[in-house]
Structure formats: structure tokens, C-alpha cells
Design a protein around this ligand. Structure first.
Ligand code: NAD
Length: 298
């Protein structure tokens, strides 16, 4: 299948590799020349010199861009939709505001083009391994068209509802994750300050009613768990900057629907404080442990 792919960053790059490895013919574009050059020499990948080249003859066009402003600018302001045939299915995998997703999908629909929002969870490791979770918004028929392609890049595919619903699911999940991570970091800090071994406390809480995903697979206390960002100086993983972006999207949606999200607001404030006072934007989000216990693991 011929696939146009726009946005070859930390996530998009490995997603393109998996599509090409599965035998699809990918025409790829990024405004950053080094991102395009990184795909040089990979079989089945052709670098586009202009964004419109990705859409010509494509059965599917996929975008993996940083934020709402980029998605709106590519599809609407720069009228990529104008170069897309009505037989092409458009899939936006970026994490953006649900309202923006609905707006872009409506603009596509006005031109007779089917579009899905399909943000992902699973991080760069999931993108490389082809084990992402896709949370899809749009029609069921479009999802069935997309499924064989999504299955190349991911292992869990959920239909969340109509246009924008995939984005809503994604920001609900990340708001919950941020609250769980900060609460876990706080509980570990308290236990250690009271003389407990963080590994022993982690095992106890994992098997007790406080057990949660960070404790099970992403412990924020340095040295408790091998192979996680906390045990390599919080390098790699999911950046604080991106978590703040997702929390801001969640709070904007909460504002729109009048939903009280006290825990989400608190998590956003803690992450913003951590970003500003510890210059932590480029660290993994489990580094929130350092805001609560600055000498954790020392
Ligand atoms: P990234 O910044 O590494 O990549 C984005 C790419 O888009 C960059 O290469 C950039 O040059 C390119 N780009 C920007 N504007 C463009 C334009 N107008 N035309 C073409 N290319 C353009 O970001 P990423 O980590 O790959 O994340 C992409 C999306 O996935 C974000 O919305 C992010 O929130 C989401 N996401 C990221 C992760 C993660 O762990 N990194 C996990 C889940 C979801």
C-alpha cells in the first residue's frame, strides 16, 4: 500500500520504519531536513521534497506532529486537504486538542475525505517495537479500513467514538497517569523519610491497595527498578514538556465541559513547578520524584 507520512520525529521515525519493513511504500516528509535524512537508504521509503508529494496516489496519509497548531496549519492553513483525493483515508496520530481534531475532521468531511484521530500510547519504545496502543476517533468503517495499517505499528486498537474521541481518551489517560505518578513519588518520599527502604516499600504497595502502573513498571525512585528512566538519571522516556502539554489539553477540555478536575490541576501545577525550578522539561516525567524528594536515591 502507498502511504504518505508527515512528521518523522521520535515517534514518526520508527513508525515509518515499521511500515516500510512490512512492505508498504512510504513517501515521507518533515520540515527538518535531518529527520528526513535519518530515513535515507531504508528500503520502501522515499523522501518527499515537498509536503504535497506525500498525498499523490496515497491510499492513506498519516500525520505525527507535535501539537494542535501544527496539525491545523498543515491540513487547513496550508491546505494539505486540497491535495488529498477523496479515496484517501487520513489518520492523524498526533496528540492534540479534541476540539481541533473535530474541526479538522469536519473540514476533511466537507471535502468528502474520511479522517480518523488515532493518538497513541506506548512511547518511543512502543513505536520502535510496533506495540503502540491506538485510541481511535471517527467512523467504524474508516477504522476498519485503517486497521491493517494500525496493526503494523501497534498491538492494541480501541474505537473510542466519533471524531475527537480518540484524543479525549488519550488526555483522560495521561491526566490519570500524571496524578498516579505524583502520588506514587509522594508516598515513596514519605516512606524513605520515615526510614523505609524504597524497594521494600514499593513491593509492599505493589501488592496492596495502592498498587498502580508507575509502581508496577515505571518506579520513579532511582535504583528500585532496572531499565526505567529513574535508574538512568531520568534520561529518555516521556518528557515533562510533553506531559505538561497533555495536562493542559485535559484542563482545557475540562474547562469546556465544566468538569471538576482537581487532581489534574494539581498535577499540572506540580509539573510546571518542576519544569521551571529544576529545568526539567527534557527529563522523563518520573523525575517529578526530584521535586518532592530532591536527594532521592543519593
Ligand atoms: P517530535 O517533536 O520528535 O516530532 C515531531 C516532528 O514533526 C518533528 O520532526 C518536526 O520537525 C515535525 N514537524 C513539525 N511541523 C511540521 C510540518 N509543518 N510539516 C512536517 N513536519 C513537521 O515529537 P514526537 O515525540 O514524535 O511526538 C509526536 C506526537 O506524538 C506528539 O503529539 C506527542 O504528544 C505524541 N506522543 C509522543 C510520545 C513520546 O513518548 N514521544 C508518546 C505518545 C504520544
Amino acid at each position: 500500500m502507498r502511504i504518505g507520512f508527515i512528521g518523522l520525529g521520535n515517534m514518526g521515525g520508527p513508525m515509518v520504519r515499521n511500515l516500510a519493513e512490512a512492505g508498504h511504500e512510504v513517501v515521507a516528509f518533515d520540515i527538518a531536513a535531518e529527520r528526513l535524512a535519518a530515513l535515507d537508504g531504508i528500503a520502501n521509503v522515499q523522501a518527499a521534497s515537498a509536503i504535497n508529494q506525500t498525498t499523490a496516489g496515497a491510499a492513506i496519509v498519516i500525520t505525527m506532529l507535535p501539537a494542535s497548531v501544527h496539525v491545523e496549519s498543515v491540513y487547513i492553513d496550508n491546505d494539505l486537504l486540497g491535495s488529498i483525493d477523496t479515496s484517501t483515508l487520513v489518520i492523524d496520530c498526533s496528540t492534540i486538542a479534541p476540539a481541533t481534531s473535530r474541526r479538522v475532521a469536519a473540514a476533511a468531511r466537507d471535502r468528502g475525505i474520511d479522517m480518523l484521530d488515532a493518538p497513541v500510547s506506548g512511547g518511543t519504545g512502543g513505536a520502535e517495537a510496533g506495540t503502540l496502543t491506538f485510541m481511535v476517533g471517527g467512523s467504524e468503517a474508516s477504522l476498519e479500513r485503517a486497521r491493517p495499517i494500525l496493526e503494523v505499528m501497534g498491538s492494541n486498537i480501541f474505537h473510542a467514538g466519533d471524531a475527537g474521541a480518540g484524543q479525549t481518551a488519550k488526555i483522560c489517560n495521561n491526566m490519570l497517569l500524571a496524578a498516579q505518578m505524583t502520588a506514587t513519588a509522594e508516598a515513596l518520599a514519605l516512606g524513605v523519610a520515615q526510614g523505609l527502604d524504597p524497594a521494600v516499600l514499593s513491593s509492599i504497595m505493589q501488592s496492596s491497595s495502592g498498587g498502580n502502573w508507575p509502581l508496577n513498571v515505571y518506579n520513579p525512585w532511582p535504583g528500585v527498578m532496572e531499565g526505567v528512566p529513574a535508574s538512568r538519571g531520568y534520561e529518555g522516556g516521556f518528557f515533562v514538556d510533553l506531559m505538561i502539554k497533555d495536562l493542559e489539553l485535559a484542563l482545557a477540555a475540562a474547562n469546556e465541559s465544566g468538569t471538576p478536575t482537581a487532581m489534574g490541576s494539581l498535577a499540572r501545577n506540580l509539573y510546571r513547578t518542576h519544569q521551571a525550578t529544576n529545568n526539567a522539561g527534557g527529563l522523563d516525567f518520573s523525575s517529578i520524584q526530584r521535586l518532592i524528594a530532591p536527594h532521592a536515591g543519593e
